[in-house]
Design a protein around this ligand. Sequence first.
Ligand SMILES: Cc1cc2nc3c(=O)[nH]c(=O)nc-3n(C[C@H](O)[C@H](O)[C@H](O)COP(=O)(O)OP(=O)(O)OC[C@H]3O[C@@H](n4cnc5c(N)ncnc54)[C@H](O)[C@@H]3O)c2cc1C
Length: 404
Amino acid sequence: MDFQHSPRSLELQERVRQFMRAHVEPVEELYYEQVKPEAARYKTPPVLQDLKKMAREQGLWNLFLSGEHGPGLTNLEYAPVKEIMGRILWAPEVFNCSAPDVGNMEVLATYGTKAQQERWLKPLLDGRIRSGFSMTEPQVASSDATNIQCAITRDGNDYVINGRKWFTSGAMNEDCEILIVMGKTAPDDPDRHRQQSMILVPRNTPGVHVVRDMLTYGYDDAPSGHPEIVYDNVRVPVENILLGEGRGFEIAQGRLGPGRIHHCMRLIGCAQRALELMCRRAVSRVAFGKPLAEQGSVREDIAHSFCEIAQARLLTLQAADKMDREGNKAARDLIAAAKIVVPGMAARVIDRAIQIHGAAGVSQDTFLARAYVYARFIRIGDGPDQVHLAAVGKELIKRGGVMG
Ligand SMILES: Cc1cc2nc3c(=O)[nH]c(=O)nc-3n(C[C@H](O)[C@H](O)[C@H](O)COP(=O)(O)OP(=O)(O)OC[C@H]3O[C@@H](n4cnc5c(N)ncnc54)[C@H](O)[C@@H]3O)c2cc1C
C-alpha cells in the first residue's frame, strides 16, 4: 500500500492551495456580502465570476473530469484536491467542480446523446450555465426512488411532465438553465426499477413554476437555493429523454456514486479547517486562569477530531481507489460506508469547534455555523444514513463480514 499521492495530484494540490490562499480566502465574506441585497440574491456574485475566469485561465478547471474535458485525475488523485476546495463552502464552483453540476455533467457525458451534449454539456463545462437535479418530492419518501410520483407522459413527439419536486439544489440561481427531472413513464411496469425515466427540461419551459425556496436551518443557500418546483403540463420534445424510457433508476445509481464521494471529500476539508480553527482558538483564549489549550477536555476534543478525520479520510481514499480500479458499481458499498462515516464525523468535529468558539461559533463571524448545516444535511441528502447502513449491513452479512 502506497500512502504517497502521485506527482500529478501533489502538483495540483499545491496549485489549488496557492490559489485558495491568494484569491479565494481573502474574499470569502465578500461573496456573502454580494448576494445579500434582495435584487442580487440569486445572481452569481461578481467576485465568483472573476475567480472562475482566473481559475480557468490557470487550467484549474473541471478537475473532476477525465478525458478531453479535464486533466484526467483518478478519483484517488482528485480526493485531496477536492478536500482543499472544500475548506470554503462555495469554492468548488470557482473550479467548476460544484454540486449538482458535476453530477449532471457526468450524467450528460455518460448517457447524453451528441445533440444533448452539444446543447447542455458544453455550456456546463464552460461554466456559462448551471443546472439542477429534480428528483425528491415532498409528498413521498424519496429516499426510495420507486416512490417517485412525477408523471412523464408521451404525447406525439413530446413528453408532458406533471409533478411537484423540492430541494432542487441550484435551481434558484439565474444561471440555472437546465433541469434533469426524474419521473415515471411506466408507472404500472411490474419491474419497479423500470418505471422511472430522466428527462432534460430547460428551466424556462412554460409550466415550470418555482413555488418557493426551501431553507436549511434558516439558511437559503443563496445564490444557489433549493427550491420547490411545480411541473404543470410541461412539454418537451421526445429527444430530451436521457438514455431511453425506463432507464431513470439506472442513471440515478450511476450519478449518485461519484456525487456522494465528492461530498465526502469536501466535508473532510470542512472538518480539517474546523480542527485548525479549534487549535488556534485554544491558544488564544484564557478562561479560569489558564489558556483553553491547557484544559484536558479541550485537548481531548482536538485529539478526537484529528483521529476521526484521519479515519474518515482513509476510508474515503479507499473507496476512491476502488472506484478507479474496479468501477463505481464495485465500489458501491465502500462509497456508502464513506457516506455513512464522513458527514457524521464532520458534524461532530465542527460541533466541537463551535463549542470552543463559544457564542462566536454559532454566529456569522466564523464559517462554522454554515459548515455544520452542510455536514448535517448531507446525513440526509444523497441518501439518508439509514439507507446506506441497511445496504452495507446486508452486503456484509452476505460476505460474512468481509469487504475490501
Ligand atoms: C439541502 C438539501 C439539498 C438537497 N438537494 C437535492 C437535489 O438537488 N435534488 C434532489 O432531488 N433532492 C435533493 N435533496 C433531497 C434529499 O436527497 C432527500 O431529502 C433524501 O433523499 C431523503 O428523502 P426524503 O426527504 O423524502 O426523506 P424520506 O425518504 O421520507 O426519509 C426520511 C427518513 O426516514 C428514515 N429512513 C428512510 N429509509 C430508511 C430505512 N431503510 N431504514 C430506516 N430508516 C429509514 C431516515 O431517517 C430518513 O432520513 C436535498 C436535501 C437537502 C436537505
